[in-house]
Ligand binder design. Structure first.
Ligand SMILES: C[S@@+](CC[C@H](N)C(=O)[O-])C[C@H]1O[C@@H](n2cnc3c(N)ncnc32)[C@H](O)[C@@H]1O
Length: 298
Protein backbone atom coordinates (compact mmCIF):
# COMPACT_ATOMS: atom_id res chain seq x y z
CA UNK A 1 0.00 0.00 0.00
CA UNK A 2 1.10 3.55 -0.75
CA UNK A 3 1.48 5.65 2.40
CA UNK A 4 0.06 9.16 1.88
CA UNK A 5 2.73 11.84 2.24
CA UNK A 6 2.24 14.79 4.64
CA UNK A 7 -1.32 13.62 5.32
CA UNK A 8 -1.81 15.60 8.52
CA UNK A 9 -0.35 18.78 7.00
CA UNK A 10 -2.46 18.46 3.83
CA UNK A 11 -5.66 18.07 5.87
CA UNK A 12 -4.77 21.01 8.06
CA UNK A 13 -4.24 23.26 5.02
CA UNK A 14 -7.20 22.01 3.00
CA UNK A 15 -9.47 21.98 6.05
CA UNK A 16 -12.26 19.94 4.39
CA UNK A 17 -15.66 20.77 5.93
CA UNK A 18 -19.00 18.95 5.74
CA UNK A 19 -20.82 19.57 2.47
CA UNK A 20 -17.83 20.96 0.54
CA UNK A 21 -16.72 20.05 -2.99
CA UNK A 22 -13.19 18.72 -3.31
CA UNK A 23 -11.02 17.64 -6.23
CA UNK A 24 -8.14 15.20 -5.90
CA UNK A 25 -6.28 15.48 -9.23
CA UNK A 26 -3.92 12.56 -8.50
CA UNK A 27 -6.13 10.20 -6.53
CA UNK A 28 -4.04 7.01 -6.96
CA UNK A 29 -4.65 4.71 -3.95
CA UNK A 30 -6.92 7.31 -2.34
CA UNK A 31 -4.70 7.79 0.71
CA UNK A 32 -5.51 11.50 0.99
CA UNK A 33 -8.93 11.29 -0.66
CA UNK A 34 -10.30 8.77 1.85
CA UNK A 35 -9.66 11.24 4.69
CA UNK A 36 -11.07 14.15 2.69
CA UNK A 37 -14.21 12.10 1.94
CA UNK A 38 -14.77 11.29 5.59
CA UNK A 39 -14.55 15.00 6.47
CA UNK A 40 -16.77 16.39 3.70
CA UNK A 41 -19.32 13.69 4.55
CA UNK A 42 -22.25 12.45 2.50
CA UNK A 43 -23.41 15.96 1.66
CA UNK A 44 -19.99 16.82 0.26
CA UNK A 45 -18.76 15.93 -3.24
CA UNK A 46 -15.44 14.49 -4.39
CA UNK A 47 -14.12 14.48 -7.94
CA UNK A 48 -11.17 12.09 -8.22
CA UNK A 49 -8.87 12.14 -11.26
CA UNK A 50 -5.92 9.96 -12.21
CA UNK A 51 -4.16 9.32 -15.51
CA UNK A 52 -3.65 5.68 -14.59
CA UNK A 53 -6.73 3.70 -15.57
CA UNK A 54 -5.91 0.94 -13.06
CA UNK A 55 -6.10 3.40 -10.17
CA UNK A 56 -9.47 4.76 -11.28
CA UNK A 57 -10.80 1.21 -11.67
CA UNK A 58 -9.68 0.35 -8.14
CA UNK A 59 -11.29 3.47 -6.62
CA UNK A 60 -14.54 2.80 -8.54
CA UNK A 61 -14.60 -0.67 -7.01
CA UNK A 62 -13.85 0.68 -3.53
CA UNK A 63 -16.48 3.46 -3.65
CA UNK A 64 -19.12 1.64 -5.71
CA UNK A 65 -22.11 2.68 -3.62
CA UNK A 66 -21.04 6.30 -3.07
CA UNK A 67 -23.24 8.74 -4.97
CA UNK A 68 -21.17 11.75 -3.97
CA UNK A 69 -17.96 10.54 -5.66
CA UNK A 70 -17.17 11.02 -9.37
CA UNK A 71 -14.05 9.38 -10.79
CA UNK A 72 -12.43 10.20 -14.12
CA UNK A 73 -9.38 8.76 -15.84
CA UNK A 74 -7.53 11.69 -17.36
CA UNK A 75 -4.77 14.27 -17.12
CA UNK A 76 -5.24 16.71 -14.22
CA UNK A 77 -4.16 19.46 -16.62
CA UNK A 78 -7.60 19.00 -18.17
CA UNK A 79 -9.57 19.38 -14.94
CA UNK A 80 -11.75 22.24 -16.30
CA UNK A 81 -12.86 19.96 -19.16
CA UNK A 82 -13.23 16.98 -16.81
CA UNK A 83 -15.44 19.09 -14.49
CA UNK A 84 -17.70 20.11 -17.36
CA UNK A 85 -18.14 16.47 -18.39
CA UNK A 86 -18.64 15.26 -14.81
CA UNK A 87 -21.37 17.84 -14.14
CA UNK A 88 -22.88 17.86 -17.65
CA UNK A 89 -26.30 16.85 -16.31
CA UNK A 90 -26.46 19.77 -13.88
CA UNK A 91 -27.36 23.32 -14.71
CA UNK A 92 -23.89 24.65 -13.86
CA UNK A 93 -20.42 23.41 -13.01
CA UNK A 94 -19.70 23.97 -9.30
CA UNK A 95 -16.44 25.58 -8.22
CA UNK A 96 -14.20 23.61 -5.89
CA UNK A 97 -13.62 24.35 -2.20
CA UNK A 98 -10.47 22.25 -2.20
CA UNK A 99 -7.94 20.95 -4.70
CA UNK A 100 -5.09 18.52 -4.06
CA UNK A 101 -2.26 17.43 -6.32
CA UNK A 102 0.27 14.90 -5.02
CA UNK A 103 2.63 14.63 -7.96
CA UNK A 104 4.66 11.82 -9.49
CA UNK A 105 4.07 8.13 -9.04
CA UNK A 106 3.19 5.93 -6.09
CA UNK A 107 4.75 2.88 -4.47
CA UNK A 108 1.66 0.98 -5.56
CA UNK A 109 2.41 1.83 -9.19
CA UNK A 110 6.00 0.65 -8.79
CA UNK A 111 4.76 -2.60 -7.29
CA UNK A 112 1.91 -3.42 -9.60
CA UNK A 113 1.63 -1.25 -12.73
CA UNK A 114 4.34 -3.11 -14.68
CA UNK A 115 5.04 0.20 -16.50
CA UNK A 116 8.70 0.47 -15.61
CA UNK A 117 8.73 3.34 -13.13
CA UNK A 118 11.68 1.93 -11.20
CA UNK A 119 15.11 0.71 -12.21
CA UNK A 120 14.87 -1.72 -9.28
CA UNK A 121 12.53 -3.94 -11.30
CA UNK A 122 13.08 -5.34 -14.76
CA UNK A 123 9.98 -4.33 -16.72
CA UNK A 124 8.99 -2.97 -20.14
CA UNK A 125 10.42 0.53 -20.50
CA UNK A 126 7.20 2.58 -20.65
CA UNK A 127 7.29 5.01 -17.67
CA UNK A 128 4.08 6.63 -18.86
CA UNK A 129 0.99 6.88 -16.63
CA UNK A 130 -1.29 6.53 -19.63
CA UNK A 131 -1.23 4.69 -22.95
CA UNK A 132 -1.99 8.04 -24.61
CA UNK A 133 1.70 9.01 -24.19
CA UNK A 134 4.70 7.72 -26.17
CA UNK A 135 6.64 5.20 -24.04
CA UNK A 136 10.25 5.90 -23.10
CA UNK A 137 11.56 2.92 -25.11
CA UNK A 138 10.24 4.61 -28.27
CA UNK A 139 11.30 8.10 -27.26
CA UNK A 140 14.93 7.12 -26.72
CA UNK A 141 15.03 5.18 -29.98
CA UNK A 142 13.79 8.22 -31.89
CA UNK A 143 15.94 10.92 -30.24
CA UNK A 144 19.38 12.09 -31.28
CA UNK A 145 22.13 11.82 -28.64
CA UNK A 146 22.18 15.62 -28.15
CA UNK A 147 18.40 15.71 -27.62
CA UNK A 148 18.61 12.89 -25.11
CA UNK A 149 21.48 14.65 -23.35
CA UNK A 150 19.42 17.83 -23.00
CA UNK A 151 16.46 15.95 -21.49
CA UNK A 152 18.66 14.07 -18.99
CA UNK A 153 20.48 17.25 -17.99
CA UNK A 154 17.45 19.54 -17.84
CA UNK A 155 14.95 17.26 -16.09
CA UNK A 156 17.38 15.11 -14.10
CA UNK A 157 20.08 17.64 -13.21
CA UNK A 158 22.51 14.91 -14.31
CA UNK A 159 26.06 16.20 -14.86
CA UNK A 160 27.06 13.03 -16.76
CA UNK A 161 24.18 13.56 -19.20
CA UNK A 162 26.43 13.68 -22.29
CA UNK A 163 28.22 10.42 -21.51
CA UNK A 164 24.98 8.70 -20.57
CA UNK A 165 23.11 9.85 -23.69
CA UNK A 166 25.93 8.71 -26.00
CA UNK A 167 26.18 5.34 -24.23
CA UNK A 168 22.41 4.79 -24.41
CA UNK A 169 22.34 5.57 -28.13
CA UNK A 170 25.39 3.39 -28.76
CA UNK A 171 23.83 0.45 -26.95
CA UNK A 172 20.52 1.02 -28.76
CA UNK A 173 22.28 0.80 -32.13
CA UNK A 174 23.48 -2.71 -31.29
CA UNK A 175 20.16 -3.87 -29.91
CA UNK A 176 17.12 -1.76 -29.13
CA UNK A 177 16.66 -0.95 -25.45
CA UNK A 178 13.27 -2.30 -24.42
CA UNK A 179 13.42 -2.85 -20.65
CA UNK A 180 14.25 -0.89 -17.51
CA UNK A 181 17.04 -3.38 -16.82
CA UNK A 182 18.70 -2.68 -20.18
CA UNK A 183 18.48 1.08 -19.74
CA UNK A 184 19.78 0.97 -16.16
CA UNK A 185 22.71 -1.19 -17.24
CA UNK A 186 23.61 1.15 -20.11
CA UNK A 187 23.59 4.13 -17.68
CA UNK A 188 25.60 2.34 -14.99
CA UNK A 189 28.25 1.35 -17.56
CA UNK A 190 28.50 4.92 -18.81
CA UNK A 191 29.52 6.59 -15.54
CA UNK A 192 32.87 6.34 -13.77
CA UNK A 193 33.33 3.87 -10.92
CA UNK A 194 32.43 5.34 -7.53
CA UNK A 195 29.90 7.70 -9.13
CA UNK A 196 28.27 9.93 -6.48
CA UNK A 197 30.27 7.92 -3.92
CA UNK A 198 27.61 5.22 -4.13
CA UNK A 199 24.95 7.47 -2.52
CA UNK A 200 22.43 6.94 -5.29
CA UNK A 201 22.12 4.45 -8.11
CA UNK A 202 23.69 6.02 -11.23
CA UNK A 203 20.41 5.44 -13.09
CA UNK A 204 18.29 7.50 -10.64
CA UNK A 205 18.47 10.89 -12.36
CA UNK A 206 18.19 9.51 -15.88
CA UNK A 207 15.03 7.59 -14.99
CA UNK A 208 13.52 10.63 -13.30
CA UNK A 209 14.32 12.86 -16.27
CA UNK A 210 12.83 10.49 -18.82
CA UNK A 211 9.65 10.03 -16.77
CA UNK A 212 9.15 13.79 -16.46
CA UNK A 213 9.77 14.27 -20.18
CA UNK A 214 7.64 11.33 -21.36
CA UNK A 215 4.60 12.48 -19.36
CA UNK A 216 5.03 16.21 -19.98
CA UNK A 217 4.93 16.59 -16.18
CA UNK A 218 6.09 20.20 -16.00
CA UNK A 219 3.71 21.34 -18.73
CA UNK A 220 0.80 19.57 -16.98
CA UNK A 221 1.59 21.40 -13.77
CA UNK A 222 1.85 24.80 -15.50
CA UNK A 223 -1.47 24.25 -17.27
CA UNK A 224 -3.27 23.27 -14.06
CA UNK A 225 -1.85 26.25 -12.17
CA UNK A 226 -3.11 28.55 -14.92
CA UNK A 227 -6.62 27.11 -14.50
CA UNK A 228 -6.86 27.64 -10.72
CA UNK A 229 -9.01 30.82 -10.90
CA UNK A 230 -11.44 28.99 -13.19
CA UNK A 231 -11.65 25.88 -10.99
CA UNK A 232 -11.73 27.28 -7.47
CA UNK A 233 -14.39 28.87 -5.30
CA UNK A 234 -13.83 31.99 -3.19
CA UNK A 235 -12.08 30.89 -0.01
CA UNK A 236 -11.14 27.55 -1.66
CA UNK A 237 -7.88 25.91 -0.63
CA UNK A 238 -5.20 24.46 -2.94
CA UNK A 239 -2.47 22.05 -1.81
CA UNK A 240 0.31 20.80 -4.07
CA UNK A 241 2.94 18.25 -3.07
CA UNK A 242 6.03 18.11 -5.29
CA UNK A 243 9.04 15.80 -5.24
CA UNK A 244 11.38 17.65 -7.60
CA UNK A 245 12.99 21.08 -7.37
CA UNK A 246 11.82 22.08 -10.87
CA UNK A 247 8.21 21.32 -9.93
CA UNK A 248 8.49 23.16 -6.63
CA UNK A 249 9.91 26.21 -8.38
CA UNK A 250 6.96 26.26 -10.80
CA UNK A 251 4.43 26.10 -7.94
CA UNK A 252 6.30 28.71 -5.89
CA UNK A 253 6.52 31.17 -8.81
CA UNK A 254 2.90 30.70 -9.79
CA UNK A 255 1.50 31.03 -6.28
CA UNK A 256 3.58 34.18 -5.83
CA UNK A 257 2.13 35.66 -9.02
CA UNK A 258 -1.43 34.81 -7.96
CA UNK A 259 -0.77 36.32 -4.52
CA UNK A 260 0.58 39.54 -6.07
CA UNK A 261 -2.54 39.78 -8.23
CA UNK A 262 -4.65 39.33 -5.11
CA UNK A 263 -6.21 36.07 -6.37
CA UNK A 264 -4.83 33.95 -3.50
CA UNK A 265 -3.19 34.34 -0.15
CA UNK A 266 -0.45 31.94 0.81
CA UNK A 267 -1.46 29.73 3.73
CA UNK A 268 2.21 29.24 4.59
CA UNK A 269 5.01 31.33 3.06
CA UNK A 270 7.59 28.55 3.18
CA UNK A 271 6.99 25.05 1.81
CA UNK A 272 6.04 22.43 4.40
CA UNK A 273 8.40 19.45 4.53
CA UNK A 274 7.99 16.13 6.33
CA UNK A 275 9.13 15.76 9.92
CA UNK A 276 12.07 13.47 10.62
CA UNK A 277 9.77 10.71 11.92
CA UNK A 278 7.80 10.69 8.66
CA UNK A 279 10.97 10.44 6.60
CA UNK A 280 12.15 7.54 8.76
CA UNK A 281 8.83 5.73 8.38
CA UNK A 282 8.34 6.58 4.71
CA UNK A 283 11.63 7.34 2.91
CA UNK A 284 9.69 8.28 -0.26
CA UNK A 285 8.56 11.44 1.55
CA UNK A 286 12.18 12.66 1.85
CA UNK A 287 12.01 15.12 -1.06
CA UNK A 288 8.37 16.16 -0.60
CA UNK A 289 7.44 19.85 -0.44
CA UNK A 290 3.91 21.03 0.21
CA UNK A 291 2.75 24.50 -0.88
CA UNK A 292 -0.71 25.75 -0.03
CA UNK A 293 -2.81 28.76 -0.96
CA UNK A 294 -6.33 30.06 -0.24
CA UNK A 295 -8.46 31.84 -2.82
CA UNK A 296 -9.26 35.32 -1.64
CA UNK A 297 -12.85 36.44 -1.10
CA UNK A 298 -13.84 39.25 -3.40
C1 LIG B 1 1.99 10.10 -5.58
S1 LIG B 1 0.58 9.41 -6.34
C2 LIG B 1 -0.76 10.07 -5.41
C3 LIG B 1 -0.98 9.32 -4.13
C4 LIG B 1 -2.27 9.63 -3.39
N1 LIG B 1 -2.30 11.02 -2.96
C5 LIG B 1 -2.40 8.73 -2.20
O1 LIG B 1 -1.96 9.13 -1.12
O2 LIG B 1 -2.91 7.62 -2.33
C6 LIG B 1 0.52 10.30 -7.84
C7 LIG B 1 -0.58 9.84 -8.80
O3 LIG B 1 -0.68 10.85 -9.79
C8 LIG B 1 -1.01 10.27 -11.02
N2 LIG B 1 -0.65 11.23 -12.05
C9 LIG B 1 0.57 11.64 -12.44
N3 LIG B 1 0.48 12.60 -13.38
C10 LIG B 1 -0.84 12.79 -13.58
C11 LIG B 1 -1.58 13.66 -14.43
N4 LIG B 1 -0.98 14.52 -15.25
N5 LIG B 1 -2.92 13.62 -14.35
C12 LIG B 1 -3.57 12.77 -13.50
N6 LIG B 1 -2.91 11.92 -12.69
C13 LIG B 1 -1.57 11.93 -12.74
C14 LIG B 1 -0.23 8.98 -11.03
O4 LIG B 1 -0.82 8.06 -11.92
C15 LIG B 1 -0.34 8.55 -9.56
O5 LIG B 1 -1.40 7.67 -9.41
Amino acid sequence: MHTPVLLHEVLEALDPRPGEFFIDGTIDGGGHAREILSRIGEKGKLLGVDWDEGMIRARREEWKGKKNVALTCGNYAEIPKIMKAAFAKRSGVPKADGLLLDLGFSSEQIASSGRGFSFMRNEPLLMTYSDSRVPVRELIAGMRADELERVIREFGGERMAGRIARAVKERGRKKRILTTGELAEAVRNAVPKGYERGRIDPATRTFQALRIYANGELENLETLLGAIPEIMNQGGRVAIITFHSLEDRIVKTHFKKLAQEGTVELITKKPIVPAREEILQNPRSRTAKLRTARMTNF
